[in-house]
Design a binder for this molecule. Structure first.
Ligand code: LLP
Length: 422
């Protein structure tokens, strides 16, 4: 079932007409479907249980950290993968319990470590020796012992956009897998540290299982080596990264991904952890925008819309393409035209799509950009002193504004003139 589809000539999110949401929440606005979140979560977790894997899913909140979205997933049983003290606060506020939280990231500060230890989180994924030593120091000062994984870098190219590839030797993430034996030996000596797990994450938006297979096979080999050296490795955190179809990709079905997991690490009797972000949240959201002006220039036709690169930066940053459709259903026999869909920000990079096939557009027409539920609102900014975009969650026939639009005056309220300027 698709949760964003035309009904009675108009695109709906579940049972709610998008024009109703535009009236109440104005545009631009992100709209999420609770049903789509639940469906993706269930598909992911059922594939794991069907394969008889002892697994848990810790949603990578960086994809979409709205507390209503986290709560939707937590209600289904998801834990959380956090990368900052702020995300930790959000996970707790959304009702995720401490032990269901894993803390990833290359630069955890001592303050964030204290905050996470106080929340009794389940696991730290440690990415360097200085971080390991700092964590030992902080945990000892709090009289706690913490479960850790070392995030290993398996030197596998994920074949994805270079800005979101993380598992090659030149990337800043993790510890070279060849050095892992020494690092675990060091971890085992340190006070207040229990090295119980291995973590790996090689990149995001993977559309092929081969890099996963290569990385997980190396992790399996390392597990055997570490066990032989006397370490009690009972858990593996296999990260996230499974891609979605933005319109031109053919990502593997989750069952194929799970088959690779079973094939590579299935016989190790480890508790497995997964950190999907995009797979769960991406297809569950759209960005709705309105045409401000339809500008017919010499060479091209521009739809200038009220969303901009500050609201959805993926096209500008990664050359990402999000399918664009009209909220009003196009006539089946209607002619389509080439449109460049652009925002109002003063940069040529503020372009969502070129030569997009759409029906004739005029001012006021509503458009949606699909698959914007992950890395959309979380990466939004107030560049050009634009408002911070609002977010709406839909469930069946109901919808709620789950983040209010924040107007420029709110931000300006945090600014002051320097005392010598008064
Ligand atoms: N775990 C770790 C340690 C990660 O670094 C990430 C994503 C994930 C899990 C979740 O990966 P996913 O399942 O969502 O692929 N802003 C970029 C994506 C950055 C991904 C960063 N790390 C984009 O818009 O494509």
């Amino acid at each position: 079932m698709t949760h964003f589809e035309y009904r009675n000539g108009e695109m709906h999110a579940e049972g709610v007409a998008l024009s109703r949401i535009a009236e109440v929440a104005e545009t631009p606005v992100y709209v999420y479907s609770a049903g789509a979140l639940a469906e993706a979560y269930t598909r992911f977790s059922s594939a794991l249980s069907t394969a008889d894997l002892n697994a848990r899913v810790c949603y990578a909140m960086k994809a979409n950290s709205n507390i209503a979205v986290i709560r939707t997933l937590a209600d289904l049983g998801a834990g959380a993968d956090v990368v900052s003290g702020g995300e930790l606060e959000r996970a707790l506020a959304a009702g995720v319990s401490g032990p269901d939280i894993v803390f990833s990231g290359v630069g955890k500060t001592p303050g964030e470590m204290r905050q996470a230890i106080a929340a009794e989180i389940g696991q730290f994924n440690v990415e360097s020796i200085p971080e390991l030593e700092m964590l030992s120091h902080v945990a000892t000062s709090m009289g706690a012992t913490v479960d850790i994984a070392i995030r290993v870098n398996p030197d596998v190219d994920a074949n994805t956009h270079h800005k979101i590839s993380t598992g090659r030797q030149e990337d800043k993430f993790g510890i070279d897998i060849a050095r892992a034996g020494d690092i675990y030996a060091r971890a085992a000596e340190l006070p207040s540290i229990a090295p119980v797990s291995i973590a790996v994450h090689i990149g995001s938006q993977l559309t092929d299982v081969a890099p996963f297979r290569a990385a997980f096979a190396r992790v399996a080999e390392l597990t055997r080596e570490l066990r032989a050296a006397g370490h009690n490795i009972g858990k593996l955190d296999l990260g996230g990264g499974l891609g979605i179809d933005y319109g031109r990709q053919t990502p593997p079905p989750v069952e194929d991904y799970v088959a690779v997991v079973a094939e590579t690490v299935g016989d190790l009797e480890c508790e497995l952890m997964f950190e999907p972000g995009r797979y769960l949240a991406g297809p569950a959201g759209i960005l709705m925008t309105q045409v401000i002006y339809a500008k017919e220039a010499e060479a091209r036709r521009f739809a200038i819309v009220d969303a901009a690169m500050n609201d959805l930066i993926r096209p500008a940053l990664y050359d990402a393409v999000h399918r664009i459709e009209t909220v009003r259903e196009p006539a089946t026999d209607g002619a389509l035209q080439d449109w460049d869909v652009v925002g109002p920000v003063c940069e040529t990079g503020d372009t969502f799509a070129k030569g997009c096939q759409l029906p004739a557009l005029s001012e006021g027409a509503l458009l949606v950009m699909r698959d914007a539920g992950a890395y959309g609102a979380v990466m939004s900014s107030v560049y050009n002193s634009r408002a911070l975009v609002a977010e709406v969650l839909v469930h069946d026939d109901s919808f709620a504004v789950v983040r209010a639009r924040q107007e420029p005056a709110t931000f300006m309220g945090y600014e002051t003139l320097a005392d010598w300027q008064n």
